[in-house]
Design a protein around this ligand. Structure first.
Ligand SMILES: [Zn+2]
Ligand SMILES: [Zn+2]
Length: 291
């Protein structure tokens, strides 16, 4: 096979298309290379004030769930641009579902294809997070914190201590000059002469989180190059984590977790993974036996 033939093989049904990601924080840096090399897709950013949906620093409270927020970002792209393909990303930090004492980074990547009416998302949880916070009152303490927090590769934000709603936050700090300047300003504003400092969790200022988003990008690409064995739609591999397990008594689909059911986002085709054969749900969870 010569080079021309190799180049002629499409990488995916999306080859040559452009995906638009709604972001304020340059997330295409993490995603674009793999989408290009593995799908043949270009990526553009649609600048959206995603902070409106909530911020890590708490200056804006989050109202939507992370999945809803990621979907909302896709909807912004489709409503406000002519793009047919939208990507939305949302991250959050809370305890790991299986290890409640460990804080984890939860990421969602949502994809909408207006042309083929496809809507899928992938999620990932990582305990590899880079986050530190401290209350400091001297420049020496500040610089010790900065060293521990791997500043300036990871950004810092600070505010006068005690932290309260509506106060001034000094954000996106990535230079020692700004760090010291804002520290002095915040210290003056503090009734106790103390400053709250913490690691920036926004993707463009936190390479550890950016890496996680990149990994999740690969997971979404895996979905987009997988096709439903039945209807051939891309996006095969949706894990029906919470529904459809047959009732032990009557066989009706229940709301019980059916973690091993792989389904299509387009048709009703479902495959059950062989390592969970004959698994059935408690009839108490069955809408037929226990309405
Ligand atoms: Zn039943
Ligand atoms: Zn299908």
């Amino acid at each position: 096979m010569d080079a021309f033939e190799l180049a002629a093989i499409p990488k995916s049904v999306y080859q040559g298309e452009c995906f638009v990601i709604a972001t304020k924080h340059h997330k295409s840096i993490a995603l674009a290379p793999a989408f290009s090399s593995r799908l043949g897709v270009g990526m553009m950013e649609y600048y959206a004030d995603t902070d409106k949906l909530g911020t890590f620093s708490g200056t804006t409270q989050r109202k939507l769930s992370p999945i809803e927020a990621a979907k909302q970002k896709c909807l912004w792209v489709l409503e406000r641009t002519n793009a047919d393909f939208a990507i939305g990303s949302e991250g959050s930090f809370h305890p790991h579902p299986d290890m409640p004492f460990i804080n984890a980074n939860h990421e969602v990547l949502y994809f909408m294809d207006r042309r083929n009416n496809i809507e899928i998302y992938e999620t990932s949880i990582s305990t590899k997070i880079h986050y530190f916070s401290e209350i400091v009152s001297s420049q020496e303490e500040l610089l010790n914190f900065a060293k521990q927090a791997r500043f300036p590769s990871h950004g810092i934000l600070l505010c006068p201590f005690p932290k309260h709603a509506g106060q001034k936050f000094f954000q996106e700090i990535t230079s020692f000059e700004k760090l010291i300047q804002y520290f002095n300003e915040a210290k003056k504003l503090s009734s106790e002469g103390k400053v709250w400092v913490e690691t920036e969790l926004r993707a463009h200022l936190n390479p550890t989180r950016m890496k996680h988003i990149e990994q999740l990008g690969h997971q979404l690409i895996d979905r987009l190059i997988s096709h439903c064995p039945q209807c051939k739609a891309p996006g095969w591999g949706q894990k029906k984590l919470s529904t459809g397990l047959p009732c032990k008594d009557c066989g009706s689909p229940t709301n019980a977790i059916a973690a091993e059911m792989i389904s299509c986002s387009q048709c009703q085709h479902i495959e059950e993974k062989s390592y969970m054969p004959g698994e059935n749900a408690d009839p108490r969870l069955c809408p037929v036996c226990n309405p």
